[in-house]
Design a protein around this ligand. Structure first.
Ligand code: G6P
Length: 614
C-alpha cells in the first residue's frame, strides 16, 4: 500500500519519478505527490494532488515544470487522514526543508505529535507521516545534529511499519531510505541511484537492485549507495540482477493489465510447471526439506490472505487427498490471534503473490516463533516473506500489476498441486497411476487454458446478459466451493456487485431465503463425483426463480443444459485440477461484467494490490 520512488542522478528527476509512480499506482491511487530539490530556487519544491496520478502529472506537465535532479515521489492509499491535497505525500517539515514519503503506519504518531505541538510545531495534515518530517526537523534544528543523526534519533522513537524516503534541502545531493516491515528496494544505476517500493518502478532504468532489510538505512547519491545497520555501522548490500523484461510490466496493447494477465496465464503456467516436472517426476531444485523431515510432518497449516487464501482452500482438498496429512487453512489476519497449534512437526505453507502482505508476514513470524517450519509460495523474488521463510517456492508468474490477481492465483495453485504430489510420492500415499495421471494433466493445463481463452467471446456474451444484476451467489461443493470463493471475490472486487460464495449444502441453512425471481446464481458443477448433487442444487434454486449460469465440464454440458439457464464449459481434466481451469471463465466473467459497468478495472475503489497495513 502506497508506492514510493526516489531518484538522485544527473537527469531531470520529476519525469523519472512520475514514470516510476505510474508503475506503482497499483499500490494506492487516491493522491500523489513529488518533492524535488530545485537548483533554480535552492529549495524543495513540493507538488501534490488528490486523485489519480494523472491529475498530478497534468498539473506539472509530466514533470517538465520542475527542475532538479534529486527527488522523491509517492502514490497514496490513505490510512491516517482522508485523501486530499494536504494529506498527500510528500509531507514536509514546517520550514519546508525536509520532505518525507512513507508507506506503512506510525503507530505512536499521536503521542509524538502531541509532544511536537507542545514544542510549538504547527501541523498542517492529519497524517502520521507529517510527524516523521516534523520530528526529523525538530532534532535537526534543536539538537544541531546532522541530518543522518536526526533521522537516527527519529527511528529510535517511532513505532510501527515504515518504508521512508527522505530528502533534506541542506543535503541536495542525497536521499535517505529507511525500512521496517514495509518493502523498499534500492536501484543501482550508472551515475544515478533509486529507491522504490518495488522493482517495476525502476526496471526501465536499472536491473541491479538491493533489497533493504528491516532497520537498515541507506544513503543514496548519484555515485552510489551506502547502507547501514541499526547501529549505523556501514554494511555491504548484496546486489541482485532482475532478469525479466520491461514489457512484462507494461500493458502491451491490452486495455487493462487484468486482461493481459488473464491472457498470460498459459505462459505463466508453463514457466511455473514445466521446469518442475522431470522424467515424469516432480522436481524441486534445492528443496530444503529432507524426505525424513517430510515423513515426520504431522500437520500442514496454510496461511494467506485474499485470493492466496482461496488457493489454500483448494490446496487443503488436494493436499489432504494425496498426502493424508491433516491440513488447516487460516486467514493470516486471524492466525496470530487464535492460539494456533504449531510445533516443529508442523509445516506452515505461507502463500503470497507480493510477499509483502503485512498480516501474512506477521503470521509467518508467529508460526516461526512457535517452532513451525516455514515454506512460502511467493511470486515476487526477494520479497520480505520469501526472505524470512525457511524455504521458498517461487511461482514465476512474472510481474502482476492489476489489483485483482489472476495469473498469480493460477501459478500458486500449480505449485501447491506439485507440492501435494511431491509429498505424496515420498509418503507413499498416492497410487502410481494417480500420480502420473495428475502430472500428465498438469502438463496439459496451459493448452487447455488456451482453449478456454480462445472462447472468451462466449463469456463476454454471458457477461452482457448478466452485468446489471446487483447480487450474485456462487455455489458449489468440494473444489467447486473453493473455486466459487475466488470467482465471487473476483466479481465483487472489480464490478462492485454484491456477491457471495456458499457451499451448496449450506444453501438450505439460510441463504436460500435470499433467492427470488431473477437472482443470479453461478452454479459450479465441474467436480464429476458430485455432479448430481450440483444439479440438484441448480433445480432447487431455479424452482425458486433464480437465473442460473452454470459452469461444468464439456462432457456434462447437455445434462447441465437441462436445468440451467446458461452453461459455460471447461475441458475435462483430473479432479484435482478442475479449479485451475474453472477459474479462467470466472475471471473473464468478472472482467467483462466490470467492463460493461464502466468500472476502473485495474484500480478498483478502496483496494490496493499489496496490503502492507494491518
Ligand atoms: C490484496 C490483493 C489480492 C491478494 C491479497 C493477498 O487484497 O488485492 O489480490 O490476493 O491482497 O496478497 P498477497 O500478495 O499476499 O497474495
Amino acid at each position: 500500500m502506497c508506492g514510493i520512488v526516489g531518484y538522485v542522478g544527473q537527469e531531470q528527476a520529476a519525469p523519472i519519478l512520475l514514470d516510476g509512480l505510474k508503475r506503482l499506482e497499483y499500490r494506492g491511487y487516491d493522491s500523489a505527490g513529488v518533492a524535488i530539490y530545485s537548483e533554480k530556487y535552492q529549495k524543495l519544491q513540493v507538488e501534490k494532488a488528490k486523485g489519480r496520478l494523472q491529475v498530478l502529472s497534468d498539473m506539472i506537465r509530466g514533470g517538465e515544470d520542475l527542475d532538479g535532479m534529486v527527488g522523491i515521489g509517492h502514490t497514496r492509499w490513505a490510512t491516517h487522514g482522508a485523501p486530499s491535497d494536504v494529506n498527500a505525500h510528500p509531507q514536509v517539515s514546517r520550514s519546508g526543508k525536509i520532505a518525507v514519503v512513507h508507506n506503512g503506519i506510525i503507530e505512536n504518531y499521536a503521542e509524538l505529535k502531541a509532544f511536537l505541538i507542545e514544542q510549538g510545531v504547527p501541523f498542517t495534515s492529519q497524517t502520521d507521516t507529517e510527524v516523521v518530517a516534523q520530528l526529523i526537523e525538530y532534532f535537526y534544528e534543536t539538537d544541531q545534529v546532522d541530518i543522518l543523526e536526526a533521522v537516527g534519533r527519529v527511528l529510535r522513537r517511532i513505532e510501527g511499519a515504515y518504508a521512508l524516503g527522505i530528502l533534506c534541502a541542506d543535503k541536495p545531493d542525497q536521499l535517505i531510505a529507511v525500512r521496517k516491515d514495509s518493502p523498499l528496494i534500492l536501484g543501482y544505476g550508472k551515475g544515478c541511484s533509486f529507491l522504490a517500493s518495488d522493482v517495476t518502478a525502476i526496471i526501465k532504468y536499472t536491473r541491479e537492485v538491493g533489497y533493504m532489510d528491516d532497520d537498515e538505512l541507506a544513503v543514496l547519491t548519484k555515485d552510489g549507495i551506502q547502507c547501514y545497520n541499526h547501529l549505523m555501522q556501514p554494511i555491504e548490500k548484496e546486489i541482485s540482477h532482475v532478469d525479466w523484461e520491461i514489457d512484462a510490466a507494461e500493458k502491451g496493447g491490452y486495455e487493462h493489465f487484468m486482461f493481459k494477465e488473464i491472457m498470460e496465464q498459459p505462459e505463466a503456467l508453463r514457466r511455473c510447471i514445466f521446469p518442475r516436472i522431470r522424467e515424469g517426476e516432480v522436481y524441486f531444485e534445492d528443496f530444503g526439506l529432507t524426505e525424513e523431515e517430510i515423513r515426520h510432518l504431522k500437520k500442514i497449516y496454510i496461511v494467506a490472505c485474499g485470493s492466496s487464501y482461496h488457493v489454500g482452500v483448494v490446496g487443503k482438498y488436494n493436499l489432504e487427498r494425496l498426502t493424508r496429512i491433516p491440513v488447516e487453512v487460516a486467514l493470516a489476519s486471524e492466525f496470530r490471534y487464535m492460539s494456533p497449534i504449531v510445533d516443529e512437526r508442523t509445516l506452515v505453507v505461507v502463500i503470497s503473490q507480493s510477499g509483502e502482505t503485512l498480516d501474512t508476514m506477521a503470521a509467518l513470524r508467529e508460526a516461526k516463533r512457535l517452532g513451525g517450519r516455514i515454506l512460502s509460495i511467493v511470486n515476487v523474488v526477494g520479497s520480505s516473506i520469501a526472505r524470512e521463510s525457511d524455504q521458498v517456492l517461487y511461482t514465476w508468474a512474472g510481474p502482476e500489476i492489476a489489483v485483482a490477481t489472476t495469473k498469480a492465483y493460477s501459478t500458486q495453485m500449480a505449485v501447491v498441486d506439485l507440492l501435494a504430489l511431491y509429498f505424496a510420492r515420498i509418503l507413499g500415499t498416492v497410487e502410481e497411476s494417480e500420480y502420473h495421471a495428475v502430472l500428465d494433466e498438469m502438463l496439459l493445463l496451459p493448452g487447455k487454458m488456451e482453449a478456454i481463452l480462445s472462447n472468451k467471446d462466449d463469456i463476454q456474451y454471458f457477461a452482457s446478459q448478466y452485468f446489471n444484476h446487483d447480487s450474485v451467489f456462487f455455489i458449489g461443493r468440494n473444489v467447486d466451493y473453493a473455486l466459487g470463493l475466488e470467482g465471487s471475490l473476483k466479481l465483487k472486487e472489480i464490478s462492485y456487485i454484491h456477491s457471495e460464495a456458499y457451499a451448496s449444502g449450506e444453501l438450505k441453512h439460510g441463504t436460500i431465503s435470499l433467492i427470488e425471481d431473477g437472482t443470479l446464481v453461478v452454479a459450479l458443477g465441474t467436480y464429476g463425483k458430485l455432479f448430481d448433487k450440483a444439479m440438484a442444487n441448480v433445480v432447487e434454486v431455479r424452482s425458486r426463480g433464480a437465473d442460473v449460469l452454470a459452469l461444468t465440464t464439456e462432457n456434462r454440458r447437455e445434462d447441465m443444459e437441462k436445468n440451467a439457464n446458461a452453461v459455460i464449459t471447461i475441458p475435462e481434466t483430473h479432479d484435482m485440477l478442475l479449479p485451475s481451469l474453472g477459474v479462467v471463465p470466472l475471471q473473464l466473467f468478472a472482467y467483462y461484467v466490470a467492463l460493461m459497468r464502466g468500472c476502473d478495472i485495474d484500480k478498483p475503489r478502496n483496494l490496493a494490490k499489496s496490503v502492507t497495513v494491518e
